[in-house]
Design a protein. Structure first.
Length: 300
């Protein structure tokens, strides 16, 4: 999971504010620790950033949730998001529209299985969690907002206190009456639906470009996403302009053969133009070839 997010952080993102929640928060904090210069602030809610050997209750819970028995019911009945949306909110019960929007984030058994894979990989990765904990020192200069529910069990484990010690510039907020998901009732149905759609589109894009070769991914992203001209791309990748044009045609054709055609809405066009507007924020010329190889997953 971290290997999929790092290339986008390294190449395309600046002055990020990280929202780290629950188990997946350790993935975000791990990426932030490796690239601290890309982040400007942290929001941490009910998460952790250290090995779980001293917290057997949490470790056993994650192992159960990522295990085969729970996995069968989760993939068959979308159990995990139903539990979260139906049971977790304490201040008020989510409306039917809110629960529906929340649950639609995992429409297929495969998508439900992926979140279990995240839980499994985290609980089995002590070395990675140790690295995440060590990386907190590189983030200590950032302002951090620490949010926890009043009845969140992680407060019993002392995790908010550990984060408070790690981030001197922190501010702690306790949401009265809430538990482990203190922010879920603050979202409207439209907000939940839009965030789930954005996640789905991002995952679809990642899956599509993963089918390309490393050099095809590099040329496609630089040209079509960030609007670099062929001379700049050729200089970055050490190839001729003509070769870059051929590579781009091949990459586009490969994606055309795989994608389902949809009409582009005005909002999608606006988002595309905004992405191209970020071109001026990039500074790829300072990257070595080995760094480019790492970012794009192979030799470029």
């Amino acid at each position: 999971m971290l290997s999929q997010t790092e290339p986008f952080i390294c190449l395309y993102m600046r002055r990020l504010t990280l929202l780290a929640h629950d188990s997946s928060g350790s993935i975000g904090l791990g990426a932030a620790g490796r690239h601290a210069d890309r982040f400007k602030a942290l929001i941490i809610t009910d998460s952790f950033a250290w090995p779980l050997r001293d917290y057997p209750v949490v470790s056993l819970t994650l192992r159960f949730v990522s295990g085969p028995i729970f996995g069968f019911f989760n993939q068959s009945f979308n159990l995990l998001p139903r539990l979260v949306s139906g049971v977790a909110p304490r201040r008020r019960r989510l409306s039917k529209a809110e629960r529906t929007a929340f649950n639609q984030g995992f429409p297929t058994p495969e998508s439900r299985g992926r979140i279990q894979q995240v839980f499994r990989s985290i609980v089995e990765s002590e070395d990675y969690l140790r690295e995440v904990e060590q990386g907190l020192s590189r983030l200590a200069h950032l302002p951090a907002l620490l949010i926890n529910g009043q009845f969140d069990p992680v407060r019993l484990f002392g995790w908010p206190t550990r984060f408070a010690r790690a981030f001197p510039r922190h501010r702690s907020v306790i949401i009265k009456g809430e538990g482990h998901f203190p922010l879920i009732t603050a979202q409207s149905p439209d907000t939940v639906a839009e965030s789930r759609m954005a996640e789905s589109l991002s995952m679809a894009f990642l899956i599509l470009i993963e089918s390309l070769s490393p050099v095809e991914r590099a040329v496609l992203l630089l040209r079509d996403v960030f609007d670099y001209d062929y001379a700049e791309i050729a200089g970055i990748l050490g190839k001729s302009e003509a070769n870059c044009r051929q590579i781009l045609r091949r990459a586009r054709q490969s994606l055309m053969n795989r994608r389902t055609r949809f009409d582009t809405s005005p909002e999608q066009t606006k988002r595309r133009d905004l992405r191209r507007g970020r071109r001026s924020e990039l500074n790829l010329h300072g990257l070595s070839k080995s760094e480019l190889d790492h970012f794009f997953g192979g030799d470029v």
